[in-house]
Design a protein. Structure first.
Length: 398
């Protein structure tokens, strides 16, 4: 049976009524028959049937034992870090999601958890960076916004040899394209806000564990700390997941076509998309991602200034200017002045985030409409960067 069929039929039919949609159990508590005698539910922070249905579905999607649904992607990341103790170290991908960087730096550093940032696209760097205190390896692949790819299977092997857990933030690829637990990772986290939810209408996070005992530890941490996903938002994520394979396939096809088009535009300098042969990690991406390369494309401009990028992001009509990704509607953003604003300029540029870098979350509109929208914005810019060239200015005025 195909994964898409399995997914759709992993969404349970309600036993009591036959309802084909999972019921929303909007309750805080459950009536007990006698103290401690209940139907498996006692208080809704600890457990809720709607949330439990989502957790089982996502655990199945990621081929894991246990799923735990959180109030946000960052709450999911936070719960994984809480597996550690003061003095432990994390070895993390250098191109890490900014919110994870902030959490590690401004919250966990003061509890004595240290993070070593490494270019994980080369396994040799990972091997070299291990210390005997490294207890957790943190990967994102593809990364944000330059879409670097790391070899999950190779790094999982190294982590196992060193006795450290490997957690992969699988938000960008989604389980429709990549299943890190099948490649040897111990945990997967998601911002379900993105492709799992898929409709830009909620904030949610998921942890999936390969091992049931680690799953129980994460559940304990969640119950103790409290960052649960609400019943209604759990239902919305289930509703989004029904079309995950369909959406991600189309997002990927659209993004691939947009990336190819961008490569041909004279105003564009570099295009970052793992599906392009020119991408430095294309071979690993092709091996570990099945069925597409995802819906995010980034590119820089020949005129490498924030002003030029801002002009482009303000002149598209279908691509809306907003942070986030993974929704039905196309979005674009300017990382240097939005998502990556807090990183000092030199450090940001060294990480490959140029002043003119633009990130696209390619949506589900017709791809020809998307290409003409971004093309028009870039054509208008060509007029700016050849300013002073009389012949062209005349042409543009006309
Ligand atoms: C958005 C995002 C997060 C954070 O998720 P929230 O749901 O916004 O808390 C974590 N990792 C990645 C890769 C993301 O894109």
């Amino acid at each position: 049976m195909s994964n898409a069929t399995k997914l759709i039929h992993s969404i349970p039919v309600d036993k009591q009524t036959g309802a084909i949609s999972v019921p929303i159990y909007q309750t805080s508590t459950y009536v007990q028959d006698a103290p401690g005698v209940n139907k498996g539910y006692d208080y809704a922070r600890s457990n809720n049937p709607t949330r439990a249905a989502l957790e089982t579905i996502v655990a199945g999607l990621e081929n894991g034992q246990t799923g735990i649904a959180f109030a946000s992607g960052l709450a999911a990341i936070d719960a994984v870090v809480k597996l550690l103790e003061g003095g432990d170290e994390i070895l993390a991908v250098d191109d890490i999601y900014g919110g994870a960087f902030r959490l590690f730096t401004h919250i966990y550093a003061k509890f004595g958890i240290k993070v070593n940032y490494v270019d994980t696209t080369d396994v040799a760097n990972v091997i070299e960076a291990f210390t005997d205190r490294t207890k957790l390896v943190w990967l994102e692949t593809p990364t944000n916004p330059t879409l670097k790819i790391s070899d999950i299977a190779a790094i999982a092997k190294v982590a196992r040899q060193q006795g450290a857990l490997l957690c992969v933030d699988n938000t960008f690829a989604s389980p429709a394209l990549q299943q890190p637990l099948c490649l040897g990772a111990d945990l997967v986290v998601h911002s379900a806000t993105k492709y799992l939810g898929g409709h830009s209408d909620l904030i949610a996070g998921i942890v999936v564990t390969a091992d049931a005992i680690i799953g129980d530890r994460i559940k304990f941490i969640q119950n103790a700390s409290g960052a649960i996903l609400s019943p209604h938002d759990s239902w919305l994520v289930i509703r989004g997941i029904e079309t995950l394979y369909l959406r991600v396939k189309e997002h990927s096809a659209n993004a691939h076509a947009v990336a190819r088009y961008l490569q041909t535009h004279p105003a564009v300098d570099k295009v970052y998309y793992p599906g392009l042969r020119s991408h430095p990690n294309h071979d690993i991406a092709a091996r570990q991602q099945k069925g597409g390369f995802g819906g995010v494309v980034s590119f820089s401009l020949r005129q490498d200034t924030a002003a030029a990028a801002k002009e482009v992001v303000c002149s598209t009509h279908l691509f809306k200017l907003a942070e986030s990704l993974g929704g039905v509607k196309s979005l674009l953003c300017h990382p240097a002045s939005m998502t990556h604003k807090s990183i000092p300029g030199d450090q940001r540029r060294a990480a490959g985030v140029a002043d003119s870098l633009i990130r696209l979350s390619v949506g589900l509109e017709d791809v020809d409409d998307l290409i003409s929208d971004i093309g028009n914005a870039l054509d208008a810019l060509s007029g700016v960067y050849v300013e002073g060239d009389a012949s062209l200015s005349t042409h543009i005025t006309a």
